[in-house]
Design a binder for this molecule. Structure first.
Ligand SMILES: [Zn+2]
Length: 396
């Protein structure tokens, strides 16, 4: 099968070569004189000896580059790259670019293909140089910028990613602001990692001015403020998250409780959580509130509180929280049964992913702001959000 494909491929090259050659032949040349080039015979011999690699190279060399054959060269180059023979694709595209008489449109196309070859080969710096050159070529600037953005993301070169994204916006008039906000968050994370907190805060301000709904920026802002002991300001940042995107409340709630604890103001925390629960009846809020109720009023009151929630908004995680609290006040056979149920639910939850991408379905135990599967930003959501029912159950 592979051999047949190669032969079909060679016949295509041969035909293109023949047609190109015939169209250039002077009309007065006698038709009966067949002039077979020596290279053609050498190529044929390689083919017959099953040395197809050498044969292909010979035929390509024979196929002169001109306006009749340039499309064939480009198609063959692309074919090689798709088959994983990147070295050959590179040779073909370099050969095209080296022709001084090549039309501008074909030169740019060959350059773009060469850039793709380098990308496939993982030679990112060379690919980068080519795509930077192509940004100025009108016909390729949007695609070149899109590819440059991908390269900078791979290289974690966030400063250049920001610049390329701005250029892409100018060329295509498509907003890149939510993605730019993530680039600033990446820069802020790096700065915070080096304990450069002022710098981190500056990057986060830029992130929020690019996208005021950037949950990640508010979360990071709170984490940096917690590091510097500014708990009130951290609470202010965390409270914004419910309006930015309430799906990520679970990421904020424990930090929020921590800040209030540091300020020794549990009263305000409980008031805020109750208010939050009315607006967003979600398991993480119930969990943290149940813990506070348990501390203040005991297991039974806490269990009743969770039971009431689970009745209205059924979910495995909610039920598990209920069992955990209820079990301590149960006795005898009931307690034994609850232990069985508790273990069963624990195992069920252990198998579940904590986060899932709503674009490609990638799932895992940790939150990636850029999905490792489809590379989209902000598509991974806490899984509890996807499995819960938010419509209250109305008793029939
Ligand atoms: Zn994804």
């Amino acid at each position: 099968m592979k051999m047949i494909k190669i032969i079909i491929f060679l016949v295509c090259i041969g035909t293109a070569w023949y047609l190109g050659r015939r169209s250039r032949q002077p009309k007065e040349q006698p038709r009966n004189k067949i002039n077979i080039p020596r290279d053609y015979l050498i190529g044929l011999n390689f083919l017959l000896n099953e040395e197809t690699d050498k044969a292909v190279d010979i035929f390509i060399k024979m196929l002169e580059v001109d306006s009749d054959t340039v499309e064939t060269h480009l198609a063959v180059g692309k074919l090689f790259r798709k088959r994983g023979e990147v070295d050959r694709a590179i040779r073909i595209h370099q050969n095209l670019i080296a022709r001084p008489q090549l039309e501008k449109v074909y030169r740019e196309q060959s350059l773009f293909e060469l850039g793709q070859d380098y990308l496939s080969a993982g030679v990112l710096d060379r690919a980068e140089r080519i795509f930077i050159e192509l940004v100025n070529a009108k016909s390729h600037s949007a695609r070149a910028l899109r590819t440059l953005i991908d390269i900078y993301q791979q290289e974690k070169d966030w400063e250049n990613a920001v610049k390329a994204a701005h250029q892409y916006e100018a060329v295509t008039r498509q907003s890149m602001q939510p993605t730019i906000a993530h680039y600033y968050c990446e820069l802020a994370e790096n700065a915070a990692h080096k304990k450069q907190f002022d710098e981190a805060i500056q990057f986060l301000k830029k992130a929020l001015s690019a996208d005021h709904a950037c949950v990640r920026a508010s979360l990071l802002q709170a984490k940096v403020l917690i590091e510097t002991g500014e708990y009130k300001l951290a609470i202010h940042s965390l409270k914004k998250i419910k309006n930015q995107n309430s799906d990520y409340l679970s990421e904020a709630i424990e930090l929020l409780a921590f800040c209030y604890e540091q300020l020794e103001d549990e009263e305000s925390l409980v008031i805020y959580l109750k208010h939050l629960l009315d607006e967003h009846p979600r398991v993480p809020v119930v969990l943290i509130l149940a813990e506070r109720i348990r501390k203040r009023k005991g297991d039974k009151v806490a269990a009743t509180f969770v039971a009431d929630y689970v009745r209205r908004y059924p979910s495995l995680r909610g039920l598990y929280t209920f069992v955990n609290i209820y079990i301590s006040s149960a006795e005898g056979r009931a307690k034994e049964d609850l232990h069985i149920l508790q273990n069963l639910m624990k195992n069920l939850l252990a198998d579940k992913s904590e986060y899932q991408c709503n674009s490609c379905g990638f799932s895992g135990k940790s939150l990636h702001w850029q999905c490792p599967g489809c590379k989209a930003w902000s598509t991974m959501l806490p899984a509890y959000r996807l499995e819960e029912k938010y419509e209250p159950v109305v008793a029939g």
